[in-house]
Design a protein around this ligand. Structure first.
Ligand code: IMP
Length: 392
């Protein structure tokens, strides 16, 4: 059994990390976020209630779990207070005992949001001020939470009790053998260093971001779990080699309800890209994969997996962040037979249609890591665990 687990997105965000984090959070003592801000949006389905959190870690729904917003985040104080309020209205306990905000996280100010809206249209950002806040941080003219609460009276009273030295807090919790769940936001291909730059976010979404975004050593991370949809989606601009611009893409979009949790924008859809999958395995050092929304593929006659890019008569087998190649390549596909059956009520791997099993096995072969979870619907009980050893 793993002691600590990191959950990171293997594609362009929106892989369904929220659901898996919520599933794992049940057994975690601590859930800690290390990057991004309220550009993220986790939709969690609990019974018939849909809860969307943008900033507060998903562990907040579990009574005993401590939630940490690490130094690697940018925090919009208004959004944070509003989320706390909304959760309280739904009867969720949020106190300084179960939520800690790093004093070293940076503040998103009004001017950051304004600048994001005005100047970053071409990047199709979430317009939450994320990029401009990180820009000021790197330029050493940002405002940290600790400085903000000493300068701003309106929020300081409300925010101060939550503000802590979270580096010390998390390292102490690790020393006490607490089970830590590291909650990634966005995805590997949106990482500022490893993604499809400049169509990326402004933080490190890969597992390496955990060390800098929380102040812990790499050996403390434990198992790294990658989350991937059984197909691929991207919201906003930027290359997506396997994008389907025809009816098949529309079908995935509609069946998969592919509309953003943060901005409501329709997500572009395409086939599973094994080059991106392999790249994510490498960059994050993945131990295992959770394959999400397999149910969305039900009813398709044939399912394709991209196994190479053809560019100027050359076959490329490894992902590259070269935009010229990504935008102009032709995907090379392997085709697998589909399955007709709906998967909503499947309870175990054994019960899956044979062709669904073959699809999972083929992804495991291509990526060289085991699939430990398959998700077949939004509910907590629509989660099939294939390999417990990677989980808490
Ligand atoms: P920003 O993070 O708002 O600066 O946006 C930069 C890019 O990342 C845009 O293409 C956004 O759509 C994308 N992005 C940011 N956060 C998420 C997310 O949580 N899911 C999916 N896409 C995201």
């Amino acid at each position: 059994m793993a002691k600590n687990i990191a959950v990171v997105g293997m594609q362009f965000g929106d892989e369904g990390k929220g659901k898996i984090i919520d599933f794992l959070a049940e057994s975690a003592d601590v859930v800690a976020r290390f990057n991004g801000g309220n550009n993220a949006g986790h939709t969690i389905q609990v019974n018939d209630e849909t809860i969307i959190s943008h900033l507060i870690p998903s562990g907040i729904l579990h009574k005993e779990t401590i939630n940490i917003i690490g130094n690697g985040l940018v925090v919009d104080p208004k959004v944070l207070m509003q989320e706390i309020e909304n959760l309280r209205i739904k009867g969720v306990k949020v106190t300084p005992d179960n939520l800690a905000v790093s004093e070293n996280a940076h503040i998103i100010l009004e001017n950051h949001i304004k600048e994001d809206k005005e100047k970053n249209k071409h990047l199709d950002t979430t317009a939450r001020g994320i990029g401009p806040a990180y820009t000021d941080k790197a330029a050493r003219k940002g405002l940290r939470v600790v400085d903000y609460i000493t300068k701003n009276n309106e929020f300081s009273k409300k925010l101060s009790p939550f503000v802590k030295n979270t580096t010390l807090l998390i390292n102490n919790l690790i020393d006490k053998n607490k089970k830590i769940l590291f909650e990634g936001a966005q995805g590997t291909l949106l990482d500022i260093d490893h993604g499809t730059y400049p169509y990326v976010t402004s933080s490190n979404a890969v597992s390496g971001g955990i060390c800098t975004g929380l102040g812990i050593g790499p050996k403390k991370i434990g198992n790294v779990l990658g989350i991937a949809k059984a197909y691929i989606t991207r919201v906003g601009s930027g290359p997506l080699p396997t994008e389907l611009k025809d009816d098949a893409g529309k079908q995935l979009q509609e069946t998969g309800k592919e509309f953003g949790a943060t901005t409501g924008r329709a997500r572009r859809c395409g086939w599973f890209d094994a080059l991106i999958g392999n790249y994510s395995v490498m960059v994050n050092g993945l131990d295992a994969i959770a394959l999400i929304k397999l149910d969305v593929l039900s009813g398709l006659e044939r399912i394709k997996i991209c196994v190479g890019y053809k560019y100027k008569n050359k076959i490329i087998k490894n992902f590259t962040a070269n935009l010229e190649i990504l935008e102009n390549c032709e995907p090379i596909y392997e085709e697998l037979p589909g399955w007709k059956e709906k998967l909503d009520n499947v309870k175990s791997f054994k019960e899956l249609p044979e062709n669904a099993k073959k699809y999972i096995k083929r992804i495991e072969e291509l990526l060289g890591v085991p699939v430990c979870i398959v998700s077949i619907g939004p509910e907590r009980n629509q989660t099939i665990v294939l390999r417990k050893e990677f989980l808490f």
